[in-house]
Design a protein around this ligand. Structure first.
Ligand code: FES
Length: 221
């Protein structure tokens, strides 16, 4: 879908939220992505026009952050963590299996536009390794077989629910709109920090551990 006057109006709405217009660039790029499924040259041009920046300045930001896609993402964008902990617990195996199953590689999209695949860095969810994200929602403790089922469900338009967070999975465009600052009201849905994440906290409580007091110097730093 092409960018419209409505997109431009919403970009101005985002800009109005910030004291300095250029602070709005990241959510504006998510908004452009929510319309087109990626950040196109038109999306970059519209952001540049609205912010009084050059297209090169906007492009430099869009290419720096990996959450912005330069080619159309699938309706379901699958990110497989292959950082150290996930890798040793099966992330590499999952990546190899999904590549073969879908016939696409890193940063590629299936011909039907349903799925895209990305090798991602640590999702800060190592306590549930190996972890896979679809449209930035967590699928914890995965195996090659569960991820093949997951991508098959996405391809059929019936993805299984994330293991934490909302009870149903949004599309890539829908989630990009939320990241642009237009909430869908589901931010607090479902399980947030699960038991594995809370183990450290429970142990600290049992032992009576406390965080060290912050010194005045630390506060001022
Ligand atoms: S290494 Fe995979 S979530 Fe941290």
């Amino acid at each position: 879908m092409a960018l419209t006057d409505q997109t431009r109006a919403e970009m101005r709405e985002i800009i109005a939220r910030y004291p300095k217009p250029r602070s709005a660039l990241l959510p504006m790029l998510h908004l452009a992505q929510s319309e087109e499924g990626h950040v196109s040259p038109e999306g970059i041009a519209m952001c540049a026009e609205e912010l009084g920046l050059t297209k090169a300045e906007v492009g430099a930001v869009a290419t720096f952050y990996t959450m912005y896609r330069r080619r159309p993402a699938g309706e379901y964008h699958v990110g497989i963590c292959t950082n150290t902990l996930c890798a040793v617990l099966g992330g590499d195996e999952i990546m190899a299996s999904v590549k073969e199953h879908l016939g696409i590689g890193h940063n590629e999209t299936t011909e039907d536009g349903r799925l895209s695949l990305e090798h991602v860095e640590c999702n800060a969810a190592c306590d549930y390794a190996p972890v896979v994200m679809v449209n930035w929602e967590f699928y914890d403790n995965q195996t090659p077989a569960t991820v093949r089922d997951l991508v098959d469900g996405c391809r059929a338009g019936t993805p299984p629910p994330p293991t934490r967070g909302p009870s149903t999975l949004c599309t890539f465009k829908q989630v990009s709109r939320v990241l642009a600052g237009f909430p869908d009201g589901r931010a607090n849905e479902g399980v947030q920090a699960g038991p594995a994440t809370l183990v450290g906290l429970e142990l600290a409580k049992e032992r009576g551990d406390r965080a060290p007091a912050m010194s005045t110097t630390d506060k001022d730093a």
